[in-house]
Design a protein around this ligand. Sequence first.
Ligand code: ADP
Ligand code: MG
Length: 754
Amino acid sequence: MGDAKQKEWLMRNLIQALPHPLLVHKRGLIQESNGAAQELLGLGPEKLQGARLLELVSPEDRDLVVRQHRALASGNPGACEIRFLGPGGELKWVRFSPALLDGGKGVLCWLLDITQERLRQERLQETEKLLESLLSGIPHGISVLDRDMRILLVNPTIERWYAHSMPLLGKRCFEAYHGASEPCGVCPVKETLETGQASQAVVPLRDKAGSQTGWLNLYSTPLRDVGSGELCGVLEFVEDTTQARLAQEALRDSKELLSRAFTASPDWISISRLSDGKYLEVNEAFENRTGYKREEVIGRTALELGIWVEPQKRQEAMGMLQEKGSLRDFEADLRMKSGEVRTFSLSVQILEVSGEKCSLAVCRDITERKGLERQLALSQKMEAVGRLAGGVAHDFNNLLTVILGQTDLLLMEMSKKDPARQALEEIRQAAKRAASLTRQLLAFSRRQVLQPKLLDLNSVVADMEQMLSRLIGEDVEILSLRDPDLWPVRLDQAQIEQVLLNLAVNARDAMPKGGTVRIETTNRLLDSDFLNSRGWGLPPGPYVTLRFSDTGVGMDQETRQKIFEPFFTTKEKGTGLGLATVYGIVTQSEGWIEVESSPGQGATFTLYFPAAEGAELLGTTGGGSLVGTWSGSQTVLVAEDEEMVRKLVCSVLRARGYTVLEAEDGLKASQIEETHQGPIHLLVTDVVMPGMGGQELSRRVKARRPGTRVLYMSGYSEEAVEGLGSLEDGAQFLSKPFQPDLLARKVKEILGNF
Ligand code: ADP
Ligand code: MG
């Protein structure tokens, strides 16, 4: 055997002996294959011998094989992975590495069966794809961290939440998710890493600026190495709970709001069981309004408590409730614990409380509104009746003028003995009575010509007292309580006398067995709250009131509502014009009359007249008529920096006859005092003024004019002013704001009659 031959033989045997699959081909035709290769490809040696290599390769991979062989010439092309076709058409994955044999003896091909490996790879890829679609499809966040808390994997949800800190991979979770430089205080990941246990926490979701935009529920589970079981990281599962939380909060808020509305409602609210009417819950307004404590009513019914003044009204309400399922603005009189009866508007709704049908009642106190409505209706009626009466009275007056005139003429011409004279006299008397009635009607309809003048109501009452007591009779005592400082009023004296007379006559009628009449006068400042609550349509301000009360039979509500109507009378011989006249006179004088009475309790009429004082000041017509009420003629120096106050003070004092020197501050006042020739009896000064204050001014004035008296005015209280620098002995003080009247009185007090 030649050398070459021997070599070839050796190789052949070697190939055959190798347990590794091998092929040798020459120009694509297989020359040699070993058992391992035959086994791998599933073809016997006879099938392989001389077969075309490319035909054994799956068509998709043939190009690859061709390219690899071309590369052979220029060096080692390395391995490629290709598919061989098995005899039954099945595919075998093979790692294929060709190498050139020496001397053009062909190509030696190493084959390695990688079918299992490929399958595993494919399966892995499939799993990966599955995992990926799982990760991207899930609406929750998923992230994997290593033991160092570094992010190994995140799903798109997490990327969306933390878009502002992308890229996330490789960063540590506290940096990426919380912008922190070290692990957060409460961190389930940290806990899982430390304990090896699953953990959970709620963490805030923040935007780039760090403001919270939501809440995340974070679950962390340990990841363990499959082999060693050692902890190798953490899987985070993150749920966005923002919506749920917001909804929960909204629910809680609205619940709280509801319960707050229940407690805070000014209307009383009660919940009672429909089946037996027992109260289940009441609010604070219920307690305040009714006077019943919660404990007193829960478990009892409104009927038991006697809250319904007319129980049949409750039945009516329940009937309507059952029929319509709800009740709106149902009016009813309800009795409070104190026994007081007030009018309410009820709105009731049926609702279910823990499976039981209940009624939710909202009750609004409309007593005041009702009163105002009645008041309005009454005054409208009085207005209409008044107009009618006035019209009739006017025509009557003309007729009576003719009747009286002609009767007088006839009487004058008639002889004293004429038998018709008696009849004519009676006609004349009757006509005179008719004329007097007509006058009263005119008074009621406010069509009289009033002659108002400044009056002291006290002296009117005092002057009338004698006459009234004669009129009322001996068994009725008259008490009069007159406010000595009563403000003047501007009224027609004759009309006021008429008013007192009519009231006195009625009082006498009401006290057939005697009693007491009490006449009181007082000053009252009526504010708009008070006036609005009454609906009288009077402007707020100072009023003088006259209360006329008796201890007589009194009257019920029905009578009380009608007494001012003309011709309303409960007396056999009554005219029903007395109070109508009073009403006409009082309202024509821009005042009001109010009556309080109940059967057997006597009656009190309260008359309000506007005080003349305010009108006097506003009109600034000289105060001639006021001379006598706290007036004087001395000289007063007024120092006040606030113009409005100064003007008011000056005009009040001038109206009272004083000579007034006006200064807009302390310095000016001091100058005026220096140059003024005559005496200065009084210095009226503000305490705090720019430049020179009131006390300094007072010191200067007094240094030159020791007899001058001082009256301080200040917005601060007397004590505060004293703290500011105590006032000298004997100094007088008036705190702002003050009534013009009070100023005049104070000045009068200080100056007296000197
Ligand atoms: P007359 O006195 O003619 O009845 P009035 O207008 O003066 O008419 O009074 C109307 C009604 O008001 C009276 O009939 C009486 O019922 C009632 N009234 C008036 N004053 C009193 C009073 N002081 N006490 C009780 N009832 C009174
Ligand atoms: Mg009368």
